[in-house]
Design a protein around this ligand. Sequence first.
Ligand code: 7TS
Length: 433
Amino acid sequence: MCQRFVVVRIAHQLMNAPRASAQGALSPLDVEAVRRDFPALHQQVNDRPLVYLDSGASSQKPEQVIEALNNYERHDHSNVHRGVHTLSQRATEAYEASRTKVQQFINAGSVKEVVFTRGTTEAINLVAQSYGRANLRSDDEVLITEMEHHANIVPWQLLCEQTGAKLKVVPFDDTGVLEMSRLKDQLTEKTRIVAVTHVSNALGTVNPVGQIIQLAHDAGAVVLVDGAQAIPHGPVDVTALECDFYTFSGHKVYGPTGIGVLYGREFLLEAMPPWQGGGDMIKTVSFDETTYNDLPYKFEAGTPHIAGAIGLGAAVDYVAALGPDRIAVHEHQLINYATERANAEKDMQIFGQAPDKAGILSFVLDGIHPHDIGTILDHEGVAIRTGHHCAMPVMTHYGVSATARASFGPYNTIDEIDVLFRAMEKVREMFRQ
Ligand code: 7TS
């Protein structure tokens, strides 16, 4: 049952390979200093030091983010874009400053291209319901992949039900690599939208999104890239990628929950109808006619998650200061080490053996249910995720109902991976007596 993992390349192409600085090679991440920034890491769980290996589900927050949230809630809270009073102005300035930080972080052309949403899920639904419903007809096709998170499947299924368009799915091979030849075959003049994950949350695969974008554009389709798992793991430049839409969530990039980003090219967002109606997304309202606000506010109906956006701004500042390139190198060292260790275990099967992988190790132990692995590991203070990871088609591909998944962040260490593997010995002892 044991599958062997091929060597994971340290630098992967489309998350922009780590660049050497002008001075030479990248200096490594000071992981101990990073760890000191994250208060939640310094606690005992079940009388053991916490080993947090579930950043793929939700990452922890550094002091800098917690402090930004605290400061905003204590001193500056008010509604945005509404008041002439000082607190409203402060809240508005901080909210908009975060938009600028995000714009710079992903290298978007303009703040008009940065729409705050509740997260990746809402951002994809926004594009499906606004762009999709305005542009798709019954003969058209939407192309996704077999390795998508449900958030990048179900919104397109809904859209196809609503418009009569057809959903097509590009498969991946057993190593977890997208079958590009199938993608090329399935991409036709009928394809209107290609929606693809940058990094698979269930396999760790880094997809060649730059190449996919070029192919899709040549076929006349627009591309949405689900960046939920890519943004925390390395540099992303939406302008260099030339993607049409890029989505991510704050809580996976060391920021708060309930906030995320839809990046969209200005001319596309400009032409799209609003999705939700309400306050802030309008210029004028009468019973005869409503006119809509400028970008990006046209897509931000109602009072937004102001604190969340401010926390996200602090989070991207934090990641930018650490250096996304360095984070990528560090996480590749962790995944390489974890993979080597996993390959030495005869009863361990790894899901996802792509040459380009982010810091995600999905696995099962022969004859032991992943939930049991997760429960025993928790007794040992080790937090991992178990289940289908909201990627049921990936589970179906391998004929399993669930996997165990360790996912890494800049605060994880080689020692913690050793703790994970020691704790798995306990799992074996418990279940193979
Ligand atoms: N896309 C990908 C690739 C994801 O990994 C996730 C969340 C989402 C979309 C949805 O993000 P949300 O913030 O809108 O919920 N992935 C996971 C996970 O792997 N474990 O828990 C959530």
